[in-house]
Design a protein around this ligand. Structure first.
Ligand code: HEM
Length: 492
């Protein structure tokens, strides 16, 4: 998978076309004081490649670290799903995982207050499936069209000053009050996990698992850390930004190097379509959790990371995850954020890595046969030789013409409508329940400290709007946030 081994077996330095270069430190010049010569292929080859070394960084989740490992089935879920890699206790599937922060640029600190990405690429016998997860069971938005606005306000810089703007950050969240549940998660200490090994992973979205009889369940996936949850305090996270901005990447690399392999136990929550219709919330609403008491967790597997990448660029930077990558038996739900994601990832990969990004070894399925996708920049896989580039009747291609066994499980009716999921007073119950958890588990003070430390830099009119945002959940939280903020940011 890596090109690293090959490089070590070549004894002599050469130009990219293989011509030996005895002294890579020398360049060819006309006499002692003359100009450089265009015929110095080593110099030009080297500089031209250097000039193109950077690829665009990810538009979101730019800072990250990765590791290889495997997924193992530990419990039978064949009544729920016919996907080959999830059937057969003990069956192992190789995988690659990339952890990330969301809003930071490629060089920013691992300890930033932010959600954490937890993306997993599983190389199954039936193709690559990506679980493009996050460390919270919920998210800020529940409408796909809002993602660019979210990223522009939470990550991007002011168009004029190129400065980050805390007022813009909160303006977006106040305008979209359904975000408050995730805001509370991110401003608890879970918003600053101690390491990537010490956090859970969640699909957050609803997906569908289909069984061999064609029945489907709505599901949510939970990956629970076997290392236990550990978080940084607000002050520890600030200190690490200066002391060791790469602390989480370092921790992941060193623990795997030391044979201390991190693992996660995988669970699934399920819901039938009848249950979904009766639920108090929509299963397509990404700002809501499924209460464990009503929809219990069922264990099905173990995820282990046991091998470090040999080459960061080849394996981590070029990794291209997409929720659209799935395998038979697992499908997306109609969650409007997930639906938007199905387009966005492979689209950005075509821009970031080129149209043949799936030929890059880290993205390559164990077996792929797509001879109708031909040519294009960066095509390196032999391009299917002389095979026809369309479904030719003169070629004995082994098409599977059998119909999928789940074709009628969801029936959609209706017209194209302009969809906007505005917040109503019913949207704050789960945020209030989280506040009660904070109170019971001693997390309330940390939450108030973390949020006031951030809000102290905002304008007073913005602070007032944030207090009102929490007032939608309860007057108790509104008062508590106001009091904590005014203490560190007194008004004249
Ligand atoms: C409409 C909503 C969303 C859109 C359009 C979107 C789009 C993107 C894009 C364009 C990237 C950069 C990918 C790359 O350059 O390789 C990205 C990264 C990522 N997104 Fe999203 N995203 C959305 C919501 C979410 C949600 C809800 C989650 C989690 C449940 C999530 C998890 C991730 C992760 C983990 C990565 C990093 C993947 C990696 O490590 O390479 N995203 N997203």
């Amino acid at each position: 998978m890596s090109t690293g081994d090959k490089a070590y077996s070549v004894p002599l330095y050469t130009t990219s076309n293989g011509c030996p270069v005895r002294n890579p430190n020398a360049m060819i010049k006309m006499g002692k004081f003359g100009p450089a010569l265009l015929q110095d292929h080593h110099l030009i080859d080297l500089l031209a490649h250097f000039d193109r070394e950077r690829i665009p960084e990810r538009v979101a989740h730019a800072k990250g670290s990765g590791a290889h490992g495997y997924f193992e089935v530990t419990d039978d879920v064949s009544d729920l799903v016919y996907a080959d890699f999830l059937n057969g206790i003990g069956k192992r599937t190789p995988l690659f995982t990339r952890f990330s922060t969301v809003g930071g640029e490629k060089g920013t600190a691992d300890s930033e207050r932010d959600p954490r990405g937890f993306a997993i690429k599983l190389y199954t016998q039936e193709g690559v499936i990506d679980w493009v997860n996050i460390n919270s069971p919920i998210f800020f938005i529940r409408n796909g069209v809002q993602f660019p606005f979210l990223v522009h306000t939470q990550k991007s810089r002011d168009p004029q000053t190129n400065l980050k703007d805390v007022n813009v950050y909160w303006d977006f969240l106040c305008n979209n009050p359904e975000s408050v549940h995730n805001v509370m998660f991110v401003f608890s200490d879970r918003g600053t996990p101690a390491t990537y090994r010490n956090m859970h992973g969640y699909s957050a979205h609803t997906y569908k698992w289909i069984n061999k009889d064609g029945e489907f369940h709505y599901v949510q996936i939970h990956l629970k850390t076997d290392q236990g949850i550990k978080n940084l305090s607000n002050d520890q996270s600030h200190a690490l930004k200066a002391d060791n901005p790469d602390h989480a990447g370092q921790d992941l690399h060193e623990s795997i190097d030391n044979g201390d392999f991190p693992s996660w136990t995988c669970y699934v929550q399920t819901m039938t379509s009848e249950q979904a219709e009766k639920a108090k919330f929509s299963v397509f609403d990404l700002t809501k959790i499924w209460p464990h008491s009503e929809y219990p967790l069922r264990r099905f597997g173990k995820l282990v990371l046991n091998r470090n990448p040999l080459n960061y660029f080849a394996e981590v930077e070029q990794a291209a995850f997409s929720p659209a990558n799935t395998v038979p038996g697992i499908e997306p739900s109609a969650d409007p954020v997930l639906q938007a994601r199905l387009f966005s990832y492979n689209d950005t990969h075509r821009h970031r890595l080129g149209p043949n990004f799936n030929q890059i070894p880290i993205n390559c399925p164990l077996q792929a046969h797509s001879p109708f996708q031909r040519d294009g920049q960066g095509c390196v896989n032999g391009n299917y030789g002389s095979e026809p580039n369309y479904p030719s009747s003169y070629h004995p291609l082994n098409y599977r013409l059998d119909a999928s066994n789940n074709e009628a499980h969801e029936k959609w009716v209706g017209e194209a409508t302009s969809f906007q999921w505005a917040a109503t007073s019913n949207d704050y119950d789960q945020a209030l329940a989280l506040w009660e958890v904070f109170k019971k588990t001693g997390q309330k003070d940390a939450f108030l400290y973390n949020i006031s430390d951030n809000l102290k830099s905002a304008r007073t009119d913005v602070q007032d709007r944030v207090f009102k945002l929490f007032g939608k959940v309860s007057s108790e939280i509104e008062e508590a946030v106001r009091k904590a903020t005014l203490k560190v940011s007194p008004r004249k």
